[in-house]
Design a protein around this ligand. Structure first.
Ligand code: 7TS
Length: 421
């Protein structure tokens, strides 16, 4: 039953090419007008829009199958449990994890990193140990590690980057040593768009016996991810950036590591037995899922994964690459613009500053033209500091964006120039 599985099977056959106009039909919000102009949504790194099938799956769940999971023996509860667990299986398959129990549902990337830092980190990191992050991390992949270091008397070390926004792997090699416990790096930078060589980063960490967490918030929406091929110890992402709902995301962790870790939060569902003397914990993944989870969110995420699964992902990657190149050429062509993040390997992010114009003014003026971009530090203040700027304007793309929309951005930027001379 569609309610139970939240599937888009039967929705349409797997696509073998990529037709953007057809794809756009799936996203109702793209028909909206903003101040009388068509919405041009270029803030996909912050959150992506949702296809109708995802919206429908959530509505159908609440209209016809709402019940608490893992507890009831009644029909609805069994149906809701089956749908939620089917979503977990979809996430497992999408990341090519070995087992469903290696997928833990959380609120999103931020909670995912906090879970690993709190549980794995507090158990394994001791005074004098070192945790390595990179110079281009989102605050969510800095602050939890910093808190852990403060608590344990450990040290946070940082992989530097060059002026193009590429990590310096020879410097990384020098940071690695007997004290390194954890390396935490993003796969794709939200502020620069850099695609990091995470396979190599993981291999180098493992050679020193360190564990690796990859922040996949910006990669899962754009690249195929295979956690077994990467040999990643932990890989985390947010549902809302992969065309699913907000408030749901996942931690992938190798079963052997998750087994050895203490729970993150205590409460219902994560226990096997409770007495006032002693509590024993549930099996994976439930040990890490205390309390009633976001059931509709999990089901919605499963549907989002089905949705991207029936698209031609290699055609999409090529399309997005082409769109980014087109946008980079068009925006740099305006003059007086500096692109922040010029790595050889990039995905779907165009950050820039304009001579004499504060990024916030760029954002406000282009918004009047119906163009939604993000301005600010993008929760990556150390990146701004590294490039000696307070903020950037950032256009970030998804597969439903078009060259015409890039042209509209360029026209809006010309307006900025007209207004602020
Ligand atoms: N890591 C990266 C690389 C991110 O881009 C983000 C969100 C997060 C972690 C946190 O994800 P959350 O879902 O838990 O909030 N990035 C952005 C952004 O670039 N603009 O808004 C949110």
């Amino acid at each position: 039953m569609a309610i139970a599985t939240g599937t888009v099977e039967g929705h349409r056959p797997k696509q073998t090419s990529f037709e953007v106009e057809r794809i756009r039909e799936d996203f109702p919000i793209l028909k909206r007008k903003i101040r009388g102009k068509p919405l041009i949504y270029l803030d996909n790194a912050a959150t992506s829009q949702k296809p109708q099938v995802v919206i429908d799956a959530i509505t159908r769940y609440y209209s016809a199958a709402n019940a608490n999971i893992h507890r009831g023996v009644h029909y609805l509860s069994e149906q809701a449990t089956a749908a939620y667990e089917a979503a977990r299986a979809k996430v497992r398959a999408h990341l090519n994890a070995r087992e469903d129990r290696e997928i833990i549902f959380v609120r999103g990337t931020t909670e995912a990193i906090n879970l690993v830092a709190y549980s794995y980190g507090r158990k394994h990191v001791k005074k004098g140990d070192e945790i390595i992050v990179s110079a281009m991390e989102h605050h969510s992949n800095i602050v939890p590690w910093q808190m852990l270091c403060e608590e344990k008397g450990a040290r946070l070390r940082v992989i530097p980057m060059n002026d193009d926004g590429e990590l310096l792997l020879d410097e990384y090699e020098k940071l690695l040593g007997p004290h390194t416990r954890i390396v935490a790096v993003n796969h794709v930078s939200n502020a620069l768009g850099t695609v990091n060589p995470v396979r190599k980063i993981i291999e180098m960490a493992h050679a020193h016996g360190a564990r690796v967490l990859i922040d996949g918030a910006q990669s899962v929406p754009h690249l195929p991810v295979d956690v077994q091929d990467l040999d990643s110890d932990f890989y985390v992402f947010s549902g809302h950036k992969v065309f699913g709902p907000t408030g749901i995301g996942a931690v992938y962790g190798k079963a052997s590591l998750l087994e050895s870790m203490p729970p993150f939060m205590g409460g219902g569902d994560m226990i096997r037995t409770v007495t006032f003397e002693k509590t024993t914990y549930n099996d994976l993944p439930y040990k890490f899922e205390a309390g009633t989870p976001y059931i509709a969110g999990g089901i919605g995420l499963g549907t989002a994964i089905d949705y991207i699964g029936q698209l031609d992902l290699s055609a999409i990657a090529a399309y997005e690459h082409d769109l980014l190149e087109y946008a980079t050429r068009a925006v740099s062509g305006l003059g007086g613009i500096r692109i922040i993040g010029t790595a050889r390997e990039k995905a779907s992010v165009l950050s820039f500053v304009m001579d004499g114009v504060h990024p916030h003014d760029i954002g406000t003026i282009v918004d009047r033209e119906g163009v939604a971009i993000r301005t600010g530090h993008h929760c990556a203040q150390p990146v701004m500091k590294r490039f000696g700027i307070p903020a950037t304007a950032r256009a970030s793309f998804a597969f439903y964006n078009t060259k015409e929309e890039v042209d509209a951005l360029v026209r809006a930027l010309l307006k900025v120039r007209e207004i602020i001379k």
